[in-house]
Design a protein around this ligand. Structure first.
Ligand SMILES: [Zn+2]
Length: 337
């Protein structure tokens, strides 16, 4: 391109922006978004729709990025580690303004050895802004298996974990039944809606399907992620509803069991030997499904025996039954039945 022609084009472009005051042109001029992951300040006080930013990845903190949602949409990513959890969310309000939050939860050191108050002695719960107004109907991806090679074992654990939440299964003598509903509805060829983009794995965009699968979850923190959940929600006229939720369990970095109490290979007496650390599939799924339904990680050390406390005891099935606070949280969201 010769320089005269380049200059002509540049002039035309500049004039074009200046002399055609259509809203679209003006907005493009205002937004001028950089390539790659957007910083959360890139869209400050601007509308995602006018900036054409929907679907772009935005930094939600700690180098974790989430896709910018349509106006009214939100996505929440819950990362569970054996010793803690991290939650990141991105929300686009109905006016198209985007915001992000992050929240780490770190149990005290050696929490594995702390007895803590009993599961029935604590009332704590915290709620997300969303809940479901229809059943959470999920499938598992064909070939999904942990610990044994049988998908039927995995499916059964996922089914029980869902019932643990919706029925409020507990050992506190509480009636835990609520109007929350959910069911396993079979297998799918689809994977959970997790995408790999800009060098990292993150939640994709809401696709209306609910899928549980397994995969190699990334590290990036001190330890690899044990399980993660993405939940998408929509706000219309001020009412927020969950619309889809996917869960992925790490089949690459951890060992799992379906029988935490009597698995001969599950020996909690050898904590320094990671080969013998096994995590209970149903317990971890129950915690993750708590997020699906709208419960938030608890962070007070006194809550360490609640299912929504992100301290996963090895070789333990204690999170299969809800604590008093977990039951109260589900009741607050869905109402007792
Ligand atoms: Zn959690």
């Amino acid at each position: 391109m010769n320089s005269t022609r380049a200059l002509t084009m540049l002039t035309a472009f500049t004039l074009g922006v200046g002399s055609v005051p259509s809203p679209a042109t003006a907005a493009t001029g205002q937004c001028r978004l950089p390539a790659g992951v957007l910083q959360s300040t890139a869209l400050e006080a601007k509308s995602v729709a006018e900036c054409g930013a929907v679907g772009r990845l935005m930094d939600a903190g700690d180098g974790v990025a989430l896709p910018v949602q349509e106006p009214g949409g939100s996505v929440t990513m819950d990362l569970l580690f054996p010793d803690g959890a991290r939650t990141y969310s991105l929300t686009t309000d109905e006016q198209g303004r985007v915001s992000t939050t992050k929240r780490p939860t770190m149990p005290p050191e050696h929490f594995q050895d702390l007895p803590g108050p009993g599961a029935c002695e604590r009332d704590s719960y915290q709620l997300r802004p969303y809940k479901w107004d229809k059943p959470w109907l999920f499938r598992t991806t064909k070939g999904t298996a942990l610990a044994t090679h049988r998908q039927s074992d995995f499916d059964a654990a996922a089914r029980r974990a869902t019932a643990n939440m919706t029925q409020g299964r507990n050992t506190c003598g509480m009636s835990g039944r609520t109007h929350a509903r959910g069911a396993f509805i079979g297998h799918t060829a689809k994977q959970g809606n997790f995408v790999y983009a800009d060098g990292q794995t993150t939640c994709g965009e809401s696709d209306g399907h609910n899928v549980i699968d397994t995969g190699d979850l990334p590290g990036g923190f001190l330890e690899a992620t044990l399980a993660w959940t993405c939940t998408w929600a929509e706000t219309r006229h001020g009412v927020t509803r969950a619309v889809s939720a996917d869960i992925r369990m790490n089949n690459a970095d951890y060992n799992w069991t379906y029988r935490p109490g009597d698995d001969p290979a599950c020996d909690p007496a050898f904590p320094p030997d990671p080969q013998r650390w096994r995590y209970d599939v149903e317990s971890v799924l129950t915690h993750e499904i708590g997020h699906v339904y709208g419960l938030v990680n608890l962070s007070a050390p006194e809550d360490l025996n609640q299912t929504m406390y992100p301290g996963i005891r090895r070789c333990s099935g204690h999170m299969r039954t809800l604590g008093r606070g977990d039951v109260l949280g589900m009741r607050a969201l869905y109402g007792p039945r």
